[in-house]
Design a protein around this ligand. Structure first.
Ligand SMILES: NC(=O)c1ccc[n+]([C@@H]2O[C@H](COP(=O)([O-])OP(=O)(O)OC[C@H]3O[C@@H](n4cnc5c(N)ncnc54)[C@H](OP(=O)(O)O)[C@@H]3O)[C@@H](O)[C@H]2O)c1
Length: 167
């Protein structure tokens, strides 16, 4: 079975973004993001693509947009369903077993129903923002792992990385 996961960092009040950027500096979480996503197929919304500013190297980049039709180094889809259908075909063709949705708010909302794994970085802060992760009913999810990280010179807040699978 193909895993469709969300990889997201969210605050205690579910903020994931502000002014088309991340609202924190967490170097260790960026490293975790790079390691988790490398060699996988990623789907993102147009605004997240623009906020990153380039296709992510060593990963297959799919971007969902109704306004942009071509991006060098990425495949563009008119809607989320087309991106997921093509991603599933690609995985089956190439023997890959995971599709990672990397945001932002639109894409997470659009794909929550088909997602069977969550990789959440819970950032221990209540912060001002304009983009939110949807509320999750955790009774439908089993926690697989949890790793704590402490605030330090490279990381503005304490955070915990938790993995869940849908029950
Ligand atoms: N904390 C985290 O882990 C994390 C991760 C990723 C992003 N972020 C943050 O989230 C923010 C960006 O998120 P966002 O919600 O504003 O935007 P987004 O989900 O990245 O992108 C939204 C855009 O995607 C396209 N799109 C989405 N659903 C579509 C559909 N069903 N059909 C056609 N097009 C669709 C549209 O592009 P067009 O307008 O081109 O049609 C839409 O404007 C930024 O602040 C970013 O830093 C945070």
């Amino acid at each position: 079975m193909i895993t469709i996961s969300h990889v997201v960092a969210l605050s205690n009040n579910n903020v994931i973004g502000k002014d088309n950027d991340l609202p924190w500096n967490l170097k260790t979480d960026l490293k975790h993001f790079r390691e988790y996503t490398t060699n996988k197929l990623l789907i993102m919304g147009r605004k997240t693509y623009e906020s990153i500013g380039r296709p992510l190297p060593n990963r297959i980049n799919y971007v969902v947009s109704g306004t942009i039709s071509k991006i060098e180094g990425a495949k563009v889809f008119r809607n989320t369903q087309d991106a997921i259908d093509t991603a599933i075909d690609q995985c089956n063709l190439n023997g890959k077993d995971e599709i990672v949705i990397i945001g932002g708010g639109y894409l997470f909302r659009d794909t929550l129903e088909v997602t069977n794994k969550l990789v959440l970085t819970k950032v221990d802060c209540n912060i001002d923002g304009d983009i939110f992760y949807p509320k999750i009913n955790f009774s439908n999810w089993e926690k697989l792992s949890s790793t704590n990280f402490s605030k330090d010179m490279d990381n503005e807040y304490d955070f915990v990385v938790e993995e869940y699978r849908r029950i």
